[in-house]
Design a protein around this ligand. Sequence first.
Ligand SMILES: [Fe+2]
Ligand SMILES: [Fe+2]
Length: 275
Amino acid sequence: MIKPTNGLVRVAALSDIHYAKTSAGLMAPLFSEIAETADVLLLGGDLTDYGAPEEARILAKDLAQVKIPVVAVLGNHDFEGDQQEEIARILGDVGVHMLDGDTWEFRGVGFAGIRGFCGGFGRGALGPWGEKIIKAFVHEAVQEALKLEAALARLETQHRIVLMHYAPIRDTVEGEPLEIFPFLGSSRLEDPLSRFQVTAVFHGHAHKGTPEGKTQTGIPVFNVAHAVLRHSYPDRPPFRLFEVQTGDTAEPGVTPIADRRQYGRRATDRADQGS
Ligand SMILES: [Fe+2]
Ligand SMILES: [Fe+2]
């Protein structure tokens, strides 16, 4: 397969792989396929199922074979065992770029990552009012938004791509029961995206959500939860692939590559094809 290098960065994105103690080798073939077609792999949290270091070690073994850079954030499942620092260390030890308010740059494309948090969307968002515990809950989402803002402020790249676990908009959690929308993400995460004119956002967490949406300012948001991709694109391998054009003549934005048959083809061959 041919990977273009002429100012194109191919970004593969996937989330919520929920590696368990029985998952050894489970996604190794998928990771290999991704490495053949993409330049970078983004993993949007819920890397493990119960937040156990043993699960992280099993995933680390499969990721150690991946020959392209892997960038990841943690999800709520990775916190379940209260050993999230250990999980991040285990994955970091095999070269995964773990982002928690951090940035990483690759060939003119900047990546910023946070876990994010919940609290709801729009006018229904929980406000910091009343009991201390409610204020603390809201504070967590505000802190995550501030971490993202600080990270984005440090990126001077032409493109800024954001990876998070929770959803920053309501659109991409549509499909889930309405009752749990407030636990799937927070509008507070949306403000920094618009302020810094982010190129695209990838998240997971809402396993029954919708694969694509937009912020109020038109920034594309992609829910790349494994279950969403399996359900929405049953004829494709469960990851999304995007092209980011860099350079003086680059058009803004990311281009999804929709068809598996296109994955290995040169950019010039694809010029007149839709996505
Ligand atoms: Fe998940
Ligand atoms: Fe989650």
